[in-house]
Design a binder for this molecule. Structure first.
Ligand code: GRF
Length: 240
């Protein structure tokens, strides 16, 4: 009886994977590799973690089809080039208005025909039209355990400065779907990291990256690529 009820629920679920796999089926006539665009602004260590995980087979059924940066000197662009991944820079500085930049950014993303957009340290406010278009198909990595130390103004080292200022003993990282709010979308994965005596914002940032970000971002991509993530009522369910 219980199983039956659970079965009905799952059958009725509007799952993220249904959406993604429908598109993959439509476009390629069969379920091909998940086409991923990674958006970056800086060093690109999270991008590297995804590249490495695809190479070593930790992420399956996935291809990075493009990297987009808002910053021409982002080292992440070199990582893309080194790995033979096409890339583009779309900088707000190159456009007269924010609206034009927003349009060009969306055009650049659409041009790669992605199934999934990964924001990996992308320090630009995502245009609302893009959020709508890629609902439940765009994920972000945030260097805290949401809902702590997130939202407006919490990015980069500021997150770790705030955590140390508050004296918390455990921090971490979160991968979530992107919605209209700042860091408010459905949470996919989180991983905790201990604060150590004498930590500086820099040492803490590094440990959060090594122990949490570089692990849960590739894991989330793999789960999505393999149809294991669904969204129900603003929350995700990770399927076995
Ligand atoms: C990471 O800490 C990520 O969580 C945050 O920006 C940083 C990006 O680092 N959103 P990298 O460019 O991936 O090295």
């Amino acid at each position: 009886m219980l199983d039956e009820q659970a079965g009905v629920k799952i059958g009725m679920r509007q799952s993220t994977d249904d959406k993604i796999s429908e598109r993959r089926t439509e476009k390629h006539g069969r379920r091909g590799a998940l086409r991923v665009v990674v958006m970056v602004s800086g060093g690109g260590t999270n991008l590297q973690a995804v590249i490495d995980s695809i190479k070593d087979g930790t992420i399956t059924n996935t291809q990075i089809v493009g990297v987009i940066s808002n910053n021409r000197s982002a080292y992440a662009l070199e990582r893309a080039a080194e790995n033979g991944i096409p890339s583009l820079c779309v900088s707000p500085k190159d456009f007269e208005t924010r609206d034009t930049f927003n349009e060009k950014l969306l055009e650049a993303v659409d041009g790669y025909e992605p199934d999934l957009v990964v924001l990996a340290g992308f320090l630009v406010v995502i245009p609302p039209a893009m959020i709508r278009k890629y609902e439940n198909r765009m994920i972000n990595i945030h260097p805290s355990l949401i809902p702590s130390f997130c939202g407006k103004g919490y990015y980069g080292l500021k997150v770790h400065e705030a955590a140390l200022a508050r004296g918390v003993k455990v921090v971490g990282a979160t991968v979530h779907f992107v919605d209209e709010g700042t860091d408010t979308g459905p949470i996919i994965l989180q991983k905790a990291v201990e604060v150590e005596q004498g930590d500086t914002p820099e040492t803490l940032q590094r440990r959060v990256m090594e122990q949490a970000e570089w692990k849960i971002l590739p894991r989330a991509v793999d789960l999505i690529a393999n149809g294991k993530v669904s969204v129900e009522g603003g929350k995700t369910v990770i399927l076995p």
